[in-house]
Design a protein around this ligand. Structure first.
Ligand SMILES: [Zn+2]
Ligand SMILES: [Zn+2]
Length: 311
């Protein structure tokens, strides 16, 4: 039986000729029958790809031989062979967008100090004073989080500037930003610096890397990934695993997400099987908040992948 592997990586590095890189990536990914999504911009590259183990190895041999990308941190997980429906490679303005307009940040110039998972582990267990700011979406924070971390009331990364106001009192404190794989923190930590925060760190390799080293320890609950089939190499059947999510219907412990079936809504929320069955289909238990179908709801699959990328 074929064994599949999924790789995730990003690299902030100046890319002078994005079109040439796009063509090379398209050629090699097509030849190796990889699927997934790659975004290229002058500020770097961000990708998640699936293929057979052999083909992924061949791809990485090529990718890592490029001196611009040689020190990229590659995160790996077990694939299914059908994690992605197709291959998409695009050139964009940014590899992850903060929607900050004119005050956007170039992580090649301004970014927080990278803190290794081992160092964070030491910080947590030594009782050091510092504040963890979770840069993921609120729904991701609901099922898994570092204890005591500050929950951003964000449903979208573009709410960041509003959120910053609520943590202004931390400007002179040690602040550590965390996100799923690290790519968001490269910008978010840089943004905090531009907003006057003086001691800004970011978790190197993201929560994924921390969980690989210290599964079910300081990060409680489940690490949300865009696709429930793709868990990043740590398991919820570990007896130490704690469920911290709550069903929106019955408030019972639950870490299962559903999408509201209302076409005008499609909200992503935690809902247990009994509540789903009681309603027949998953639908917001307290009424849908969205009334008009927004453009962004279309292509929700790609939307989810995009949001996964921006973690
Ligand atoms: Zn329930
Ligand atoms: Zn709804």
């Amino acid at each position: 039986m074929q064994e599949y592997e999924i790789i995730l990586f990003y690299k902030y590095v100046h890319i002078a000729d994005t079109q040439a890189l796009l063509e090379h990536q398209r050629e090699i990914c097509t030849r190796l029958e990889l699927k997934g999504r790659t975004i290229i911009a002058t500020e770097g590259i961000n990708a998640t790809l699936e293929g057979t183990k052999e083909h992924i190895a061949a791809y990485l041999a090529d990718y890592l031989s490029d001196p611009r990308f040689a020190d990229t941190h590659i995160k790996r997980s077990v694939g299914t062979g059908d994690a992605f429906p197709k291959l998409s490679i695009k050139v964009r303005q940014e590899i992850v967008s903060l929607h900050l307009g004119t005050c956007d940040v170039d992580p090649n110039q301004t970014t927080g100090i990278h803190l290794k998972p081992e160092e964070l582990h030491e910080w947590i267990h030594s009782g050091k004073e510092f504040y963890i700011v979770d840069m993921r979406n609120a729904y991701e924070h609901k099922v898994g989080q570092f204890e005591g971390s500050i929950c951003p009331p964000m449903d979208n990364f573009r709410d960041l500037p509003k959120f910053i106001k609520s943590i202004e009192h931390l400007k002179d404190k040690v602040v550590l930003t965390v996100c799923t794989g690290g790519v968001r923190c490269e910008k978010a930590s840089g943004y905090l610096i531009t907003q006057g925060f003086k001691n800004v760190y970011q978790l190197d390799g993201g929560i994924v890397s921390y969980m690989e080293k210290y599964p079910n320890e300081d990060f409680k609950g489940k690490l949300y990934v865009f696709d429930q089939r793709v868990m990043m190499g740590f398991y919820t059947d570990d007896p130490k695993h704690q469920v911290i999510g709550r069903c929106e219907g019955c408030d019972g412990a639950c870490e299962k997400f559903v999408n509201c079936v209302n076409d005008n809504c499609h909200r992503h929320f935690i809902f247990c099987d009994s509540c789903v069955n009681a309603k027949g289909k998953p639908v917001c238990p307290h009424g849908c908040t969205m009334t008009r179908r927004s453009k962004s709801v279309k292509n929700s699959f790609w939307k989810k992948i995009t949001s996964f990328f921006s973690k």
